[in-house]
Design a protein around this ligand. Structure first.
Ligand code: ZN
Length: 133
């Protein structure tokens, strides 16, 4: 598959408003938009940096995946996303190589992306997302 660049780094936070201050007031980044992704029970704040962005992920419900992540591991980097040219082809290639996937087919992610996650057991503990925009 052709990986174009790091699309974004997903950071689990308890509060976008609170955690966002470091990135905006200290680092000088801008929150371009905040989107609710209902099926993931998160609000996502986008902070672009050239071709990549940080995504601050704030759970909207106690049983959401980001809430569970913070309960188990604390706040911090939750996943890294690589942008690919063709996510369907990338998933077929991963399957052909026997890579365990969380998502067998692409689903809709924040910012209009098509996304899929690779199982962290395949990546030495890093939750890897591939995405196409
Ligand atoms: Zn992501």
């Amino acid at each position: 598959m052709k990986i174009k660049h790091i699309d974004h780094i997903g950071i689990a936070v308890k509060s976008i408003e609170q955690a966002g201050k470091f990135y905006t007031e200290i680092l000088g980044l801008k929150i371009q938009d905040i989107e609710n992704v209902a099926d993931q029970k998160v609000n996502v704040a986008f902070l672009p940096i050239t071709d990549s962005e940080l995504e601050l992920l704030e759970s909207t419900e106690a049983d959401g995946p980001v809430s569970k992540y913070i309960a188990a591991r604390g706040q911090g980097v939750q996943h890294i996303a690589f942008r690919v040219e063709n996510i369907g082809e990338a998933l077929e290639e991963l399957k052909s190589k026997g890579v365990r996937l969380i998502d067998q087919t692409p689903r809709n992610g924040a910012g209009g992306a098509r996304i899929a996650f690779i199982h962290p057991k395949e990546t030495n503990g890093v939750l890897v997302e591939i995405c196409e925009r």
